[in-house]
Write a protein that binds this ligand. Structure first.
Ligand SMILES: O=C([O-])CC(=O)C(=O)O
Ligand SMILES: [Mg+2]
Length: 389
């Protein structure tokens, strides 16, 4: 098996929504296709990668550093010597040659996107769904989970969607089969945010839960003030209250806020996560970790994060990746995460899972098709093929 061509591009996911810190009016994602000489059922096998929302596309890093290294490497260095199939862990090592430690940021996203395409390719070459390949390589339990708990993330600030629009949006998620939901806070004064929270809680059935996400907006005094107000509501979690790298701030909040805190979507490496684990005072039985593989160097880096966390008593069930990305669902089943995020409405066609596996009672089954499952989301597959031939 040989890589014949790697194509990349940028796709828009612009929309009029805003969280507490950014609007998404110019948001883009990197997209990558890895073409090969392997033919299955008369079609050359192609692996696809794309990253989650929140980081802009990294065309410069991909075109000048990451992709040239892979294109110029001796082809056998990219293969598993036992099977002759692409080895994404070997590809990632090649992609990272001559990169110093630290300074993760956008480089981690570029590599995470390529990593996803390589895993899609490896699973297609072996003719297995990606979650099964990942379980075989990294899983600990005897079998991968057949379905994964997901929650509907939305509830953004929208200029034309005051509280009744928010309620309609949340009703729509419940109708789609979601049980639990997340909305934004921190983009309005506390009193208005509390009205938004109460308006949603008011329509949720008794077994549904609500999480809130401040996107790292608050300084510590504001985060504590919100925490005191939120304590009244038995929320599913209080997400990114302060800057993602303010570990001491998290430690102070974790002493004060009785419910679950959630963070990690803006950490980009195992080293960042180790610092979080060491210094942020988070509680292994309570708090939720949301690192996103497509934003943080991909699957092998995530495995390192999980191994570090396990030594400190963190179960993978406390992990629930950000991003609504198909690879997160595959990883959640393979590694035994507590769940993963889904975007049923926003960031389309990138957010959400295969069209063939609708959500039932808050869970999504894993698809049976070989690879990641991009082909089971025709709007996404068409977009990728049109941009990346
Ligand atoms: O608004 C965003 O950037 C996305 C986000 O935080 C989330 O899905 O948790
Ligand atoms: Mg978030």
């Amino acid at each position: 098996m040989r890589i014949t061509r790697i194509t990349y591009g940028e796709a828009p996911i612009a929309s009029r929504i805003a969280n507490a810190v950014i609007d998404f009016s110019r948001m883009t994602v990197s997209i990558v296709a890895v073409h090969t000489d392997l033919v299955v059922d008369g079609e050359p096998v192609v692996g696809y990668g794309f990253h989650s929302n929140g980081r802009y596309a990294q065309s410069g890093i991909l075109s000048t550093r990451v992709l040239p290294r892979v294109r110029e490497a001796a082809p056998d260095r990219l293969l598993d010597p036992d099977t002759g199939v692409i080895d994404p862990v070997a590809v990632r090592a090649v992609a990272m040659e001559n990169e110093k430690p630290g300074g993760h940021g956008d480089r981690a996203v570029a590599v995470g996107t390529l990593d996803m395409a390589m895993w899609d390719l490896a699973a297609k070459a072996e003719g297995v769904p990606l979650y099964r390949l990942l379980h075989r390589r990294f899983g600990t339990g005897p079998e991968p989970d057949p379905s994964v708990w997901v929650y509907a993330a939305g509830g953004y600030y929208h200029p034309e969607k005051p509280i009744e629009g928010l309620r309609d949006e949340i009703r729509g998620y419940l109708d789609l089969g979601y049980r639990d939901v997340k909305i934004k806070i921190g983009g309005a004064p506390l009193a208005e945010d509390l009205r938004r929270i109460e308006a949603v809680l008011d329509l949720l059935p008794p077994d549904s839960r609500l999480a809130v996400d401040a996107n790292g907006r608050f300084d510590l005094p504001t985060a504590l003030e919100y925490g005191r107000a939120l304590g009244a509501y038995d929320l599913m979690w209080y997400e990114e209250p302060v800057d993602p790298l303010d570990y001491l701030g998290h430690a102070v909040l974790a002493e004060e806020y009785p419910g679950a805190l959630a963070t990690g979507e803006n950490l980009f490496s195992a080293a960042d996560v180790r610092n979080l684990r060491r210094h942020a005072g988070l509680r292994p039985g309570t708090d939720i970790l949301q690192m996103d593989p497509s934003l943080s160097y991909g699957v092998a880096e995530y495995d390192s994060m999980l191994r570090d966390l396990a030594q400190a008593g963190w179960s993978p069930r406390q992990v629930c990746p950000h991003g609504g990305n198909q690879i997160n669902l595959a990883m959640a089943a393979a590694f035994g995460f507590g769940g993963c995020e889904s975007y049923p409405e926003v960031f389309q066609p990138f957010g959400g899972f295969a069209d063939t596996t609708p959500v039932r009672d808050g869970r999504v089954p894993l698809p049976d098709a070989p690879g990641l499952g991009v082909e089971l989301k025709p709007a996404l597959h068409t977009l990728l093929r049109e941009h990346l031939h």
